[in-house]
Design a protein around this ligand. Structure first.
Ligand SMILES: *Cc1c(COP(=O)(O)O)cnc(C)c1O
Length: 364
């Protein structure tokens, strides 16, 4: 099989070791003589697997015991509705930072349940986009919580700062950055992420939430569906309805892989190195441009443009010939996007940089 490097934004590339392990135990998981997909989620082997995934997440993200870990379905986008439905009683409102595409989608959903206080955080200076410092975000003291997306996957725009608000429930969408960098979970009341960027295959959404945020929630909207109710999900140990068992299993393997290679601190150093190599190449070049201020550049989604769309098409065509796949930028931004999550090895970055340099030479 020809080895390609997969720069897809999500579902994204998975560690090859993990895929090989899944392949080797596909027909016979845990010596049960069947695949993990075929057993009941109530089976003690599977219940044990769920507990191990939680333990590994606790270890990797350093999650204290006053936080619960919930496994949900429906992607991060389902949480755009589930969060206001769970946490806002009728007539309550919330702060929503608008940073980019996913922030704005969360705001669109929130508008069905409240009148969000929208904080426009993105500015332009010297033709570069930047995000206002969090201390200058205009929060409403009457709002129940603040929601924001810490890494805007499509724009490649990242807050790169941890929240530090007094007496504020802070909720962050970490779909494209969870486990790529160390965070202090105590700065958040809740974080959530769909799995298909850094954790495993699509189908699983991970929520890490302060227990008292769930237990204090006495007054609930009557229309809150049981499958989205954090109290119920927690009470049933994320098995109120059938969880996405294969996605959980594979995500569990990815967490073991991450622990084995050195954990979040170790991978974050590599991730920073990877991003730096790419941004340096862009900054040195005469044809590639990145429109984001250095402070807010994403380390997981590197977006850049060429002088015109013809050159971009040519870039994409030729990059594939070199084994570099799925580099096309999102249609709302255009250009090129290299998504370089945990599973992208540094060799992939080096190969991309060599290609970028060669491509530039063809035009000079
Ligand atoms: C991909 C992504 C989403 C959407 O995730 P789904 O699983 O498709 O719902 C939301 N937020 C961010 C930051 C993302 O990167």
């Amino acid at each position: 099989m020809k080895k390609i490097f997969n720069f897809s934004p999500g579902p994204a590339s998975l560690p090859i070791e993990v895929l090989k392990q899944a392949q080797s135990e596909l027909l016979n998981w845990n010596k049960l003589n069947i695949s993990v997909m075929e057993i009941s989620h109530r089976n003690k082997n599977f219940v044990h697997l769920i507990e191990e995934i939680k333990d590994d997440l606790r270890e990797l993200i350093k999650i204290p015991l006053n936080y619960d870990i919930l496994f949900c379905q429906g992607g991060a986008r389902t949480q755009f509705s589930a969060i206001p439905m769970n946490l806002l009683y009728y007539n309550q409102n919330a702060d929503y930072a608008n940073i980019g595409h996913w922030s704005s989608k969360a705001i669109e959903e929130a508008k069905k349940y409240c009148i969000p206080n929208i904080i426009n955080t993105v500015k332009i200076k010297n033709n570069l986009y930047y995000i206002k410092k969090m201390q200058n975000w205009d929060l409403d003291k009457n709002s129940k919580y603040l929601h924001y997306c810490s890494n805007e996957t499509i724009e490649g725009l990242s807050v790169n700062e941890e929240p530090n608000f007094k007496n504020k429930i802070v909720i962050a969408d970490l779909s494209s950055s969870i486990l790529t960098e160390e965070i202090n979970i105590n700065n958040y009341s809740m974080i959530y992420a769909s799995a298909q960027k850094n954790i495993g295959p699509a189908g699983l959404t991970i929520i890490i939430i302060k227990k008292d945020l769930i237990s204090k929630n006495k007054k609930k909207r009557k229309e809150l569906p049981s499958v989205l109710d954090y109290q119920i999900i927690s009470k049933y140990n994320s098995m109120f309805n059938t969880p996405p068992t294969f996605s959980l299993y594979l995500s569990g393997l990815v967490l073991k892989w991450l622990k084995k290679i050195g954990g979040v601190k170790y991978i974050s150093n590599i991730n920073r190195k990877k991003a730096k190599l790419l941004y340096n190449t862009i900054d040195r070049s005469n044809i590639y441009t990145n429109k984001i201020s250095k402070h807010n550049r994403s380390i997981t989604n590197v977006v850049f443009h060429l002088p015109n769309t013809n050159m971009e098409k040519n870039f994409l065509k030729n990059s594939e010939k070199n084994g570099l796949y799925y580099l096309k930028g999102h249609s709302i931004i255009g250009g090129i996007r290299a998504s370089i999550y945990n599973a992208m090895p540094i060799e992939g970055i080096k190969k991309l940089i060599n290609f970028m340099n060669d491509f530039e030479k063809m035009y000079s």
